[in-house]
Design a protein around this ligand. Structure first.
Ligand code: NAD
Ligand code: DAO
Ligand code: ZN
Length: 370
């Protein structure tokens, strides 16, 4: 079939909105009509060429929601008409990783997904001339139809609005999951969140959900303060207004250091500050941000010897087919908020404007509506 897609033709080039060919689903694959997709920094990381593993031409996008149109042979868990959220972290429920409760990093289709291919080693997308176009993160939601492995689709309730719950496909789950699944924050905790963008705001609402007493937000952009307060931030710190070292300032503000700190900037210097402002003896610092290629983190080992720990999280530690439908329920039940974070919507034709808004720091989330 012919579908409309925003194609990343090469590093640093604007996406080209065009018609491409999409082959139907093969065994254990599903054809999904994408109804809405968010624009995340990771798409931009790849589009811009900053991602050393970026491969082109490809159809980016990993924060979508849509409807199953057709299932390939062997698919048992989904049928046409089901509403779904594609998962860049699949959940096969049978690999060594899925069977280990300590991780969500299913490896069942890891190698082909990283090469922009379906699990059988081929692509379903091609140009009208028949030249292959690569998939991206196993999801390729910047197309109005896409083919996704069955194990990379979470079935969600049919009354959830696509244009809101698409954000659960990455940002919401990553932020809230970092708090609930990775840190396992206890009621009454003190926490610091570095970076109050699309991820950090969801860490903040995760902390509110978990019952944290103090939620400190740190951002260089003072315009982020108002929205973060709306989601539960109790204290705002702009590092450019702090005289002297930020670590002792934050340790003092949190009465000895935070129980939990979260990096949602991707800046390795911020990651160090986050670790060192965690409480001596028990503070945990969780890295969410994806640092530039080749970047390294450092601290004095004595920081760890004296009881702080440094951890990381991907997709908020969520097992997508199990956890994503629950998070959709939380949204529908009013336990979490999404609507205020979707600051812009646009048709696929204007997708590059969405990336311009991201660069200008004017959007939290832009969503493409098909
Ligand atoms: P964003 O650009 O919307 O937000 C980043 C925020 O950090 C901005 O508000 C910015 O002003 C602030 N900031 C930048 N430098 C700072 C500094 N030195 N001190 C304080 N604040 C600073 O980005 P986002 O969409 O929220 O993503 C955040 C990070 O999370 C990115 O690195 C992204 O790639 C990563 N990410 C990780 C996962 C995962 O599974 N681990 C998933 C999605 C995104
Ligand atoms: O299993 O080796 C692996 C890769 C897991 C990929 C997890 C990616 C999480 C961070 C990227 C940001 C996603 C938007
Ligand atoms: Zn698995």
């Amino acid at each position: 079939m012919e579908v409309r897609a925003a194609v990343a033709l090469g590093a640093g080039k604007p996406l080209e909105v065009t018609t491409v060919k999409l082959e139907g689903p093969r065994a254990f694959e599903v054809l999904v009509e994408i109804k809405a997709t968010g624009l995340c920094h990771t798409d931009e990381f790849t589009r811009s060429g900053a991602d050393p593993e970026g491969i082109f031409p490809a159809i980016l996008g990993h924060e979508g929601a849509g409807v199953v149109v057709e299932v390939g042979p062997g698919v048992t868990s989904l049928k046409p008409g089901d509403h779904v959220i594609p998962l860049y972290t699949p959940e096969c429920r049978s690999c060594e990783y899925c069977l280990n409760p300590k991780t969500n990093l299913c490896q069942a289709i890891r190698s082909t997904q990283g090469q922009g291919l379906m699990p059988d080693g081929s692509s379903r997308f091609s140009t009208l001339d028949g030249d292959p176009i690569l998939h991206y993160m196993g999801t390729s939601t910047f197309a109005n139809y896409t083919v996704v492995p069955e194990i990379a689709l979470a079935k969600i309730r049919p009354d959830a609005p696509f244009e809101k719950v698409c954000y659960i496909g990455c940002g919401v789950t990553t932020g809230i999951g970092a708090v609930i699944n990775t840190a396992k924050v206890e009621i009454g905790s003190r926490a610091i969140v570095f970076g109050l963008g699309g991820i950090g705001l969801n860490v903040i609402q995760g902390l509110r959900l978990a019952g944290a007493d103090q939620i400190v937000g740190v951002d260089l952009n003072p315009a982020k303060k108002e929205m973060a307060e709306r989601f539960g931030m109790t204290d705002f710190v702009n590092p450019s207004e702090v005289e002297g070292d930020l670590v002792p300032y934050l340790v003092n503000l949190t009465k000895g250091g935070a129980d939990y700190t979260f990096d949602a900037t991707g800046n390795v210097n911020v990651m160090r500050t986050a670790l060192e402002s965690a409480h001596k003896g028990w503070g945990e610092s969780i890295i969410i941000g994806v640092a530039p290629a080749g970047a390294e983190i450092s601290t004095r080992p004595f920081q760890l010897v004296t009881g702080r720990s440094w951890r990381g999280t991907a997709f908020g530690g969520a097992r997508g087919r199990t956890d994503v439908p629950r998070i959709v329920d939380w949204y529908m039940d009013g336990k979490i908020e999404i609507d205020p974070m979707i600051t812009h919507t646009m048709p696929l034709e204007d997708i590059n404007k969405g990336f311009d808004l991201m660069h200008a720091g004017e959007s939290i989330r832009s969503v493409v509506l098909y």
